[in-house]
Design a protein around this ligand. Structure first.
Ligand code: NZQ
Ligand code: ZN
Length: 392
C-alpha cells in the first residue's frame, strides 16, 4: 500500500429537484456575480437554464451567461470567458452540463485568478495558484469533473488536447439530479458509462500498492456500472439505474478508487486524448475503441491484475491458465462495450486514420507524457504507435 492523499471538498447535493437549491449554494460559497457557463444548448432545450435563472432572479443574485463549450472544449472560448469575467467582475462560475462545460469553466476560473496565459498550465510550463470558485449542475454522468481536480482543454492551434490538475479547481458544490440526464441521447449515456469505468480501471491496472478495500470498491463500482448500463440500453428513463451511474461517475474520479495504489496507469486516457484532439470524437467512445488493443498489449506485464479483473468483475470462470483467464476477461469487456453500442476499434468509432496520422498522434502522445507513461506496462512512442495500429 502506497501513502495517499484523499481530498474531496465538493459538497454533493443529490436527488430529484435539487437544482432548486442552486441560489442558496452560490450564496453559501460567497458568489455575488455569476457566470453561467454551458455547452451548445441542451440546457436551454431541457428548461434547466430557465429554472436556474428564475431561481437566481428570485434570490437577487446577478449573473451573465456564456454558452458554446463543445465536446473537447476549446481554448478560444476559454480566452473569451476570461475576458468576459474580468470585464464584468464575475466572482463565481456556475457550469451547467457535463465535462466539457465544467472543464471550460475551470479553465476560465484559472485564467481569471492567475496572471499570464492560461494555456501555460495545460502544457506544464507553470502551476496555477488559484481558481475562481466553481459550482456545477451536472446533466451527464461521465467524466467525474464535478468532483475531480482535472480540466482538459483542446488548443485549436495544433489540436493539442491537454489536462491541468490542481485542487484549486475542484468544484465547491455539485448538484446531481439523475432526472436531468434523461434527455441524453443513448450514445452519450453509453459514452459516459465507458468513461466512468475507465476512470476506475486506470487506477486498477497497476504494478502495485493494492489495498483490499480499494480493490473491493473498484470492483463493486465496475460491476454496478456494467449492470446499470445494460439496463439503460433497454430502459433509458429508469431513474434508479441513472442514479447508480451518476454517483458512480463521481466516485470513479474523485480519487476513492485509487487510494493506496501507485497513482494509476492512465495510458488509455493519454492515447484517447490524442485521438479526441485530432478527430474530435466523444471521449468515452474513444476510450472504448482503444482499450482492448491497449489491454492485449500490456496484460502479460500485469497478469495477476488482469486475471483478478476477469474473475471478480467480468465473472469469467476461474479455470485454465492465468493468461487464458486474463484474455477471457478482456474479451468479456469488449463484448460489454458492443452490448452498449460502444466501438471496440477506431473503424467502429468512425475514424479512418492514415499511417501518417497514427504516427503523428503517437508522437504527440509521447511528447505530452515527456516520453513515457503507464503503470501496467511502461509505454514509449513505439508502443503507442503499435497500440494505435492494432486498434485501427
Ligand atoms: O453541449 P450540449 O448542448 O450541452 O450537449 C452535450 C454534448 O453534446 C450533450 N448533453 C449533455 N447533457 C445532456 C446533453 N444532451 C441532452 N441532455 C442532456 N442532459 O452531451 C454531449 C456531451 O457532453 P460533454 O460535456 O462533452 O460530455 P462529457 O461529460 O463526456 O465531457 C467530455 C469532456 O470531458 C473531458 C473529456 O476529455 C472531454 O473533453 N474529461 C474531463 C475529465 C475531468 N475534468 O476530470 C476527465 C475525463 O477523463 C475527460 O478527459
Ligand atoms: Zn475520462
Amino acid at each position: 500500500m502506497f501513502e495517499f492523499k484523499y481530498y474531496t471538498p465538493t459538497k454533493v447535493i443529490f436527488g430529484k429537484n435539487t437544482e432548486t437549491k442552486v441560489a442558496d449554494l452560490i450564496k453559501e460559497f460567497g458568489g455575488k456575480k455569476v457566470l453561467i457557463h454551458y455547452g451548445k444548448g441542451s440546457v436551454i432545450r431541457s428548461g434547466l437554464m430557465q429554472k436556474v435563472t428564475d431561481t437566481l432572479d428570485a434570490a437577487g443574485i446577478s449573473y451573465i451567461s456564456l454558452g458554446g463549450a463543445v465536446p473537447n472544449p476549446r481554448l478560444s472560448l476559454v480566452y473569451e470567458g476570461i475576458d468576459l469575467c474580468k470585464k464584468e467582475g464575475v466572482d463565481f462560475i456556475l457550469a451547467l452540463g457535463g465535462g466539457s462545460a465544467i472543464d471550460s469553466a475551470k479553465a476560465i476560473g484559472y485564467g481569471v485568478a492567475n496572471e499570464g496565459d492560461v494555456w501555460d498550465f495545460y502544457v506544464g510550463k507553470r502551476k496555477p495558484k488559484g481558481c475562481l470558485p466553481i459550482g456545477v449542475i451536472l446533466t451527464i454522468a461521465a467524466t467525474g469533473s464535478e468532483m475531480s481536480d482535472s480540466s482538459v482543454i483542446t488548443n485549436e492551434e495544433g489540436l493539442f488536447k491537454r489536462g491541468c490538475n490542481s485542487d484549486y479547481c475542484r468544484p465547491k458544490f455539485a448538484i446531481m439530479n439523475p432526472e436531468l440526464t434523461m434527455t441524453l441521447p443513448d450514445y452519450q449515456t453509453a459514452c459516459g458509462c465507458a468513461d466512468i469505468m475507465m476512470h476506475t480501471m486506470e487506477r486498477y491496472f497497476t504494478q502495485g500498492g493494492n489495498m483490499e478495500i480499494t480493490d473491493a470498491l473498484a470492483e463493486g463500482l465496475l460491476k454496478t456500472v456494467i449492470k446499470n448500463a445494460k439496463i439503460l440500453v433497454k430502459e433509458p428513463k429508469n431513474y434508479d439505474a441513472r442514479a447508480e451511474i451518476m454517483w458512480a461517475g463521481s466516485l470513479a474520479h474523485n480519487g476513492l478508487t485509487g487510494c493506496g495504489s501507485d497513482g494509476g496507469d492512465w495510458s488509455p486516457h493519454k492515447l484517447e486524448h490524442e485521438i479526441g484532439g485530432m478527430f474530435d470524437i466523444a471521449h468515452g467512445a474513444g476510450l472504448a475503441a482503444v482499450w482492448g488493443s491497449w489491454a492485449r498489449y500490456v496484460y502479460k506485464d500485469c497478469l495477476m491484475r488482469f486475471k483478478r479483473f476477469a474473475v471478480n468483475v467480468m465473472e469469467v470462470e476461474n479455470s485454465g491458465s492465468d493468461e487464458e483467464i486474463a484474455l477471457k476477461g478482456i474479451e468479456a469487456m469488449e463484448a460489454f462495450y458492443r452490448e452498449i453500442n460502444m466501438p471496440t476499434n477506431l473503424r467502429e468509432l468512425g475514424v479512418n486514420a492514415t499511417d501518417e496520422q497514427l504516427s503523428e498522434i503517437a508522437h504527440k502522445c509521447a511528447i505530452g507524457v515527456s516520453g513515457e507513461t503507464g503503470s501496467a506496462k511502461r509505454l514509449k512512442e513505439k508502443d503507442m504507435l503499435a497500440i494505435y495500429t492494432a486498434c485501427r
